[in-house]
Design a protein. Sequence first.
Length: 248
Amino acid sequence: MLKNNNIDKESIWAVCTTTQWSGTVPVDEKGKHISNAVIWLDSRGAKYVKKVVGGGIEVDGYNIFKALKYIKYTAGAPAQSGKDPFGHILFLKHERPEIYNKAYKFLEPIDYLQARLTGKICATYDSITLHWVTDNRDIQNVKYHDGLIKLSGIDRAKLPDLIPTNSVLGTVSADAAEELGLSTNTIVVAGCGDVHSAAIGSGAIADYQPHFYIGTSSWLICHFPKRKPIWPITWLRCHRQYRGVICL
């Protein structure tokens, strides 16, 4: 808490957050949580995801036509593990309907914290990715895709509006400023999830420059300068070997 330290709060011009990615926080209209968060290790929604993505002619559990649609618009598909927000929300819808129906929006942890800081309820182009309901072909204009939302069975009204990554959300609210010891003039900039911030922290920010992360999970990743379409069979092989990987 800054109010407990000898730091001039007016000297802090802006704040930016990072959190675990692939979590779900049900919130009310004021942005306050109405239940515990569902974190990225929670796989209780797996059986509902499999029902959505499967059926008919399948390859590794994915209906081939649904897979083509997901790959076209998102460059990936919902993980059958149920560990994406896609699976979290379906779990709440089917097994915790009292929470699902009461929820105003479902937010990623980072969007929840940003809502608590500013009172603004929204998601960014990158934080929404693992919901698998957006058209990501133009990274400067990510938008919800009606067909993918209909396929998911998730109510569009319960998904936050989208804003560009790194947007200025506004300034710290009076309540947050009081609690944290910040000034209400402090600007809040939309941050990113841990996968993204780990890349920045590693220093591997140039195109094709990789970094290897080892922690509560692990990954090997690099930045690619543009979205690269891949053949469906290539994606399915990648997904089979590396469950939940987004192949770009």
